[in-house]
Design a protein around this ligand. Structure first.
Ligand code: 5GP
Ligand code: MG
Length: 204
């Protein structure tokens, strides 16, 4: 299990953006986690997960929370040398330009096929924990063989201790971050790093 090696990233260690030639980068206040740090950590997480499930005959079922997790999922699974199925679910919690979480709702086009399977829930970031609590309860109702959770980021200042997370990429400060899949008002998902926007761009 990974928590012991989880790295805390402080915003004050942030890197200034030097390449402002593209409009997207101009909106960034500072980079919190660089592309290289992301790559290295995802590789380490994949190794740990692969080793923990090495004996799983059936392989894994990844229940992935859209849309913020797509880049993390894509990078992670290409380093997992095991059979797997991927289920995609949508949980709406932040709407439009809001940076405040509201009561999340879960949507899925089809019933989850997780009965008797080893399930790994994949999410981008653990903030208040409402999303993961909801998805976990939903998965558990379908009687899987096991359930674990992986998140790329966690805000320990906010995340309640009873929300179980088995694998964590980085602990960060309680800041609204974008990039590597995470959006603000549907933008910035394609940034190759995790960053905070200039304060004047946030509307609440
Ligand atoms: P929770 O339910 O734990 O409060 O929130 C989890 C969801 O809220 C995440 O999956 C993510 O979609 C969104 N979220 C939480 N914090 C942030 C953040 O700093 N930036 C962005 N872009 N989304 C966030
Ligand atoms: Mg999410």
């Amino acid at each position: 299990m990974s928590s012991a090696s989880t790295q805390f990233i402080s915003a004050s260690e942030g890197i200034a953006v030097t390449d402002r030639s593209q409009a997207m980068h101009r909106d960034i206040d500072r980079i919190i986690i660089s592309q290289k740090q992301l790559q290295d950590r995802v590789t380490a997480l994949a190794k740990e997960i692969a080793s923990d499930y090495a004996r799983s005959e059936e392989g894994l079922t990844l229940v992935t929370v859209l849309s913020g997790s797509v880049i993390f999922l894509a990078d992670l699974i290409r380093q997992l040398p095991m059979k797997m199925r991927i289920d995609l679910v949508t949980v709406s919690s932040y709407e439009g330009k809001s940076t405040q979480s509201v009561e999340p709702k879960l949507h899925s086009d089809q019933p989850l096929m997780v009965r008797g399977r080893d399930v790994l829930i994949v999410d981008d970031i653990l903030d208040t924990g409402k999303t993961l609590r909801l998805v976990r309860a939903w998965v558990k109702r379908e009687k899987p063989k096991s359930v674990r959770t992986v998140v790329l980021l966690r805000k320990p200042a906010k995340a309640p201790s009873e929300v179980v997370v088995d694998y964590i990429g980085f602990d960060i400060e309680d800041l609204f971050v974008v990039g590597y899949g995470l959006d603000y008002n549907s933008l910035y998902r394609n940034l190759p790093y995790v960053a905070v926007l200039k304060p004047e761009l946030y509307e609440d």
